[in-house]
Each structure stands twice: as C-alpha cells, then as structure tokens.
Write a protein that binds this ligand. Sequence first.
Ligand SMILES: [Zn+2]
Length: 363
Amino acid sequence: MGDSLSDNVRYRCSSCGVEYEVALDRICCDCNGVLDIVFSPSAFPSSLSGRGVGLSRYREAIAIDIHRLDDAYLGSARTPILPMGGSVFVKCDYIMPSGSFKDRGAQVLAALSLRLGAKRVVVDSSGNAGAAMAAHCARIGVPCIVVAPASAPAQKLHQSRAYGAEVKTVEGARSAATELALSLASEQGTFYASHVENPFFLEGTQTWAFEVWEQLGDAPAEVVIAVGNGSLFLGAYRGFRYLFEHGLTSRIPKMVAVQAKGWSPLTGDLTHGDAKPLADGIAISAPRRILQILKAIEETGGEARTVDNDAIRRSTTQLARHGLWVEPTSGAAWAGGPGHRPEGGEPIVVSLGGAGFKATGGS
Ligand SMILES: [Zn+2]
C-alpha cells in the first residue's frame, strides 16, 4: 500500500496557488493565504449498504487513510433529520459525542495527527472546536492543549478539561489566543489542529452533506447553517459539490448562511460594539475563509441573513419546547430559516449544530 497522504494529498494555497506537502509544521501559506487540499476523490460504490454509519462510510471522499479515521472514531455517526412540518427539516448534529458538529472535523484532524506522528495537539477555540478536539485526543491518547480567550463560555472550557485537556485562557482579543496557540505549535512534534486553518477539518464536515443526501434521497433545495468561521458551511458545500460532480444529485442546494446582527462580516454588519454575543459560536469578526464562504453563497444563489438576539432567544426556546435543546448559535440558524413551508414543497434543511448544555445560563 502506498503512502496515500504524501503521494496523493497536498496542500494548495487558496490565494497564490503554491503547493506544499502535508506536514506538521505547515499551517498556512508563506504568503499567509489559507490552505486547501489537493486530492482527487474516487466515486462512492454503487451501494453504501453494509457499511457503518460513521464518517468512514464515505471513505472515498475523505483524504485520510480509513484505518486512521477508524482509530479516531468516537461514535460520530449519522445524525437524525426530523420533519418540522411542511417541507422543513432539522438535522440534529447537537447529539454528536461532544455535543456539536465539530466532532465531524475533529475526528479527521485526530486521524491526521496520528498519521503525522504528533506527540501533542494544540487548538485555539472559544468553545465547541476545543471540546471536540479534546474529546478525540482523549480517544487516541495524545495530549491536548486548548487555548481559549478568557471570555469563552465557562461550560465549554469545563468540558475540555473534563476530557483531560490542558486549558490555557488568554486575556484580550480572540487573536491573542491564536497567537499563543501558534507559538505552542512551533514546538517540535506539535500538531496545530485548527478548524479554521486546517482544510482537513472540512473533509470531516462534508459528511453532513452526504448524510442529508442519503436521508432525503437527493440534495435539498436549500440548507440553512449558522456561520462563524464557516467550517460546517464550507464542508457541506464541498460535500454537495462532490455529489453533484459524481452525478449523484440533481443540484447543489442554495446555501444560506445565518449570522447574528451586529456580528456579521458576511453582510458587513459589525456594529456589535461592546455587546457580549448571545450566539457565541458564530461571533467571528474576520473569518479566515470569508472569500470562500461568499463564493459558495454566490455560486449557489444563496444568501447571508442576520437575526437579532430576541429572535435567537425566541427560536431557541421554541425548539426546546419541541424537545430540541440546542445552544443559541443553533437557535440563530432556526431563526434565520424559512419558518413554515407547506407540505409538498422542496425540502429545506436547517442545521442544529450545538447542544443546549453548552450554553447553560446563556440567555
Ligand atoms: Zn499563498
């Protein structure tokens, strides 16, 4: 068996096009551009029956050895799609092992850290990505350091500590946490498991689209996803593109990104001032992949919508009263969704990506 990672999978700068080997010390391009993966996925077999419902069900489309992927398996598996009346559905990623969709990407990054022989993993996160990485590092037995802004929700940091991660909090701007993580990552044998920088994270989140396709029998007309750094949004887009290019779907859904009012770089509304975000998972002023997010919106005829805190609170409560206890970031997605649509219309899927326990006392 060949060395599939170094032979067939490379990094390419999304800005200047320079290619690099996939290596522990390659975080972004020398020009500071964000990296994409160069990889030619093969087609799915004509039937996926007989395979499990974990990420490796879609192994042909994921640029990592399946054995490593299985080593990092913590139970992230096909999440339910529930009808919410008419043609509107929710996809319940909040029931993932660590309570958010980030487990999809974290499993792939953990597999990559094994593949690259990392001695420890460093991640900077204000919450769910850190917890997901900490959980998967515990699974593979590699030490994990989570660097978080001091303002990060206590519950999310508590969760990372519970998994055994060392949590370092940093005062000041969110970027200060990134700087410390990068400095720790420069030590030999350290893997910087950033869901923002590392494109392998999107290899994991693209499985969201594959599941939706299997569950509905085709790609839906529209998907609605709360967007901070856009790691689920871009992964889902990548997944639907794969399906479309392999002739498995008739369309790529209209991609709708939802952000909080005042915290929306996609619509140019960054008027939050000193206000503390209610939807903390998507309060990102300058997402690294913003150009890719805007391109996905444009190419699919999608749009970026904003919702205010009252709408987020109302939606979060409304979902809970239907038995779906999610964090405000997911409430934002529902608030930015279509509301009710009549039966028989084209299906619309709203992502509920984070569990309610993540944000106790957060409203
Ligand atoms: Zn570059």
